[in-house]
Write a protein that binds this ligand. Structure first.
Ligand SMILES: Nc1ncnc2c1ncn2[C@@H]1O[C@H](COP(=O)(O)OP(=O)(O)OP(=O)(O)O)[C@@H](O)[C@H]1O
Ligand SMILES: [Mg+2]
Length: 238
């Protein structure tokens, strides 16, 4: 039996003012899956991610993420939930006055990880995303693709079982987009569950992964996909 990493059961989300962002969202993502979530503007993609991150709460229904029942989660558990989710945003969200190294190290410092561990982990994750030589560069000196790779290194720093990317290629050139997608594929190959939200249908089509389309706050199609779990290789990134 595979384990669900993310499960939405009859989830409804109504924002203040009565806007229904999700109507009846049902979706299960198993450990080791790679999925694209496609949908037009306003379909509910960001709402779906905000619910996973527990930045918003469901109005109705049940959400399970990495073993946490988000309808019952205690506030002291929320930092643990968030640490188990590596997130990459369209606009990178790097600190421009910090080097690539410092941006990644900062994500560890805020969780009180000892400096010695930071000094070994940061070069390791920067190397994983192919940025060892750019450790001392500042974000404004880097290309969009490089900045997104720093953001990905930062997302990997706590060895999360799930990586979530919200329009990760929205601000980068098409050739570099493929590079980021290939990195996400490599990350998935070692057993990390990957969820990529995008409105770029062509990008999703190129990678032959499970593609879930949402429209007006519900899943309207769910096609393709192969599960790539290789538990023996999981330690490579951990
Ligand atoms: N905080 C909020 N308050 C009220 N309505 C909201 C809020 N956030 C989103 N909505 C509404 O909920 C619906 C779904 O929005 P959502 O941001 O999830 O869409 P999306 O698929 O991410 O769109 P986009 O591709 O433009 O980012 C939209 O009608 C939007 O206007
Ligand atoms: Mg959005």
């Amino acid at each position: 039996m595979s384990n669900p990493m993310i499960e939405f059961k009859h989830v409804k989300k109504v924002y203040p003012g009565g806007i229904v962002a999700l109507q009846d969202m049902n979706l299960r993502v198993d450990k080791g899956e790679f999925i694209f979530v496609l949908g037009h503007s306003g379909a509910g993609k960001s709402t779906f991610l905000k619910l996973i991150l527990h930045e918003e709460t469901a109005t109705e229904g049940q959400i399970m993420v990495n073993g946490y029942d988000l309808t019952k989660i205690k506030s002291r558990q929320i930092p643990y939930l968030r640490r188990s989710l590596g997130v990459v945003f369209q606009d990178f969200r790097l600190i421009p006055t910090m080097t690539a190294y410092e941006n990644v190290a900062f994500a560890m410092r805020v969780t009180n990880i000892p400096e010695r561990q930071i000094r070994s982990r940061v070069p390791y994750v920067l190397n994983l995303v192919g940025l060892r030589k750019k450790a001392r560069s500042f974000p404004p000196e880097m290309s969009g693709g490089e900045q997104q790779r720093v953001a990905l290194a930062r997302a990997l720093v706590h060895s999360p079982p799930i990586i979530i990317a919200d329009e990760p290629t929205g601000n980068i050139d098409p050739e570099l987009s493929v590079e980021i997608m290939e990195l996400l594929t490599a990350i998935n190959k070692v057993g990390i569950t990957v969820v990529v939200v995008t409105h770029e249908q062509d990008l999703a089509a190129q990678f032959h992964k499970r593609t879930v389309t949402i429209d007006h706050g519900a899943v309207v199609s769910d096609v393709g996909g192969e599960t790539a779990v290789a538990p023996s290789e999981v330690e490579v990134i951990r």
